[in-house]
Design a protein around this ligand. Structure first.
Ligand SMILES: C[S@@+](CC[C@H](N)C(=O)[O-])C[C@H]1O[C@@H](n2cnc3c(N)ncnc32)[C@H](O)[C@@H]1O
Length: 231
């Protein structure tokens, strides 16, 4: 099986799926050139052939019609500019009966992280536009099915819930800063937000997390997540 992964990121998911693709191949597509080396390192030394493409998931013109049995897109769809074009392209490259697995969150997922983030921004009197909703509202586990149903005859939802419990602020801060890019506060380059701004933001977030750990023994981050299985 050849498995396209749209927005493959650091290759974490592909690394774990690869043993199931031993006689297949991987096609990874991501818009950010910087992720390629991390993914290549994770897949290094494996026999599964990998093709890496730099591009946006709403243009799959480099992939042939009805070429794949599966396409997956994990935790990235809210970033794609033209969602309808993306889904039409996925439909085009899937064989009849093929499955598109789209994994995403509900908008209230990881609310505890957003609460400490927004509280820190409030304390700092941060610019109003930093309080905007995260882009996940564009297509989430809660609202995605109707859009997908205009492209796919069958859309099933498999949802699950999980909770991370941090007993030390350090791993949470990496999760917040690196994994979630300060809740997307820094996803757009902005001259107003210099390194001092982010240092103070992190200090204030860390202080709240430490307070929760001191009070209850851990800082919880509840995840409401799941996959749409479209065919
Ligand atoms: C949160 S990461 C998810 C990575 C990976 N799928 C995972 O689950 O670990 C989102 C990824 O989507 C990529 N991305 C953002 N916009 C994209 C687009 N329009 N087309 C393709 N990839 C995009 C980012 O560069 C990033 O690598």
């Amino acid at each position: 099986m050849t498995l396209p992964d749209l927005g493959y990121g650091n290759g974490f998911v592909l690394e774990h799926l690869r043993p199931h693709l031993s006689d297949g191949s991987i096609t990874g597509l991501d818009i950010a050139p910087a992720v390629l080396s991390a993914a290549q390192q994770r897949l290094h030394g494996t026999a599964t052939p990998c093709r890496w493409i730099e591009g946006s998931a709403d243009d799959l013109s480099m992939l042939g019609d009805a070429a794949f049995d599966r396409v997956m897109a994990n935790y990235m769809i809210h970033y794609v500019p033209d969602l309808n074009r993306c889904f039409a392209e996925v439909r085009r490259v899937l064989r009849p009966g093929g499955i598109f697995q789209l994994t995403t969150d509900r908008t209230d997922s990881m609310l505890e992280m957003y609460e400490v983030h927004f509280a820190a921004l409030m304390q700092m009197g941060a610019p109003k536009d930093l309080f905007r909703a995260t882009p996940k509202g564009r297509l989430s586990l809660a609202n995605g099915a109707p859009t997908l149903q205009t492209h796919f005859a069958q859309v099933r939802t498999a949802a699950w819930q999980d909770q991370l419990r941090f007993t030390d602020p350090g791993p949470f801060m990496r999760f917040y800063e690196v994994g979630h890019n300060h809740c997307c506060a820094s996803s757009e380059p902005d001259d107003r937000l210099d390194e001092d701004f982010f240092r103070e933001l992190r200090d204030r977030v860390r202080a709240q997390v430490q307070q929760a750990i001191d009070a209850t023994g851990y800082f919880a981050v509840t995840k409401y997540t799941g996959s749409f299985l479209c065919s």
